[in-house]
Design a protein around this ligand. Sequence first.
Ligand SMILES: Nc1nc2c(ncn2[C@@H]2O[C@H](COP(=O)(O)OP(=O)(O)O)[C@@H](O)[C@H]2O)c(=O)[nH]1
Ligand SMILES: Nc1ncnc2c1ncn2[C@@H]1O[C@H](COP(=O)(O)OP(=O)(O)O)[C@@H](O)[C@H]1O
Length: 206
Amino acid sequence: MSKRGMLIVLSGPSGVGKGTVRKAIFEQDDNKFHYSISMTTRSMRKGEVDGKDYYFVSKAEFEKEIRNGGMLEYAQYVDNYYGTPLKYVNEMLDQGKDVFLEIEVNGAMQVREKCPDGLFIFLTPPDLMELRHRISGRGTDDLATIDKRMAKAVDEIEMMQNYDYAVVNDEVLNAVEKVKTIIRAERWRVKRFLPDYKKRLGDDLK
Ligand SMILES: Nc1nc2c(ncn2[C@@H]2O[C@H](COP(=O)(O)OP(=O)(O)O)[C@@H](O)[C@H]2O)c(=O)[nH]1
Ligand SMILES: Nc1ncnc2c1ncn2[C@@H]1O[C@H](COP(=O)(O)OP(=O)(O)O)[C@@H](O)[C@H]1O
């Protein structure tokens, strides 16, 4: 059987810069990763495109997908559903391609249960003042939503310890380099050590 791709999960509080860092990585390494487009019930922001930024669906459609077993994971975040469609992720991994998920912490922990060999990276802000500044600077959320996202951020940052790596997003290019280095190191580790594990386990892992 050919090798499955690597599942890379990037989490972190809203506004920390996950999207910015992910897009920069994809610009630099265009063909190395496959981004899993999430499904959400939140309304579309100005400039967002259905099928590119998210699959925007109604609550009823989302709940139908859940019932049909179509989601790898999902979570409710500030009054809306967000989730990862299972089919695309499975197809890519089966083809040996690396898949990149950008999701919040509860969903990430569900993925960790299902795919313990994934790579889990947490992006964290230099401090909470800067986080608030970034969320409000983006200009996409009203004050009440910003407050809800900030309250959530405090709990989310405590979940950092459940990740394999934490990266501070101080400067975008710094964070990009760190995330790319972690991925490179993980690739090397898997390539270097997996054959040994296989031998030890009597090729059970093949
Ligand atoms: N569990 C889960 N969370 C997601 C998914 N897609 C996006 N999110 C997270 O949901 C939260 C809110 O997303 P969004 O409303 O787009 O705000 P933004 O990420 O701050 O721009 C963020 O933490 C996202 O990373 C998903 O498929 N599953
Ligand atoms: N390292 C950084 N320094 C300053 N501003 C940043 C940095 N990273 C992201 N931003 C800005 O913060 C805001 C939130 O970034 P975004 O990528 O939308 O966050 P997320 O996807 O985590 O919600 C955007 O306006 C973005 O330009």
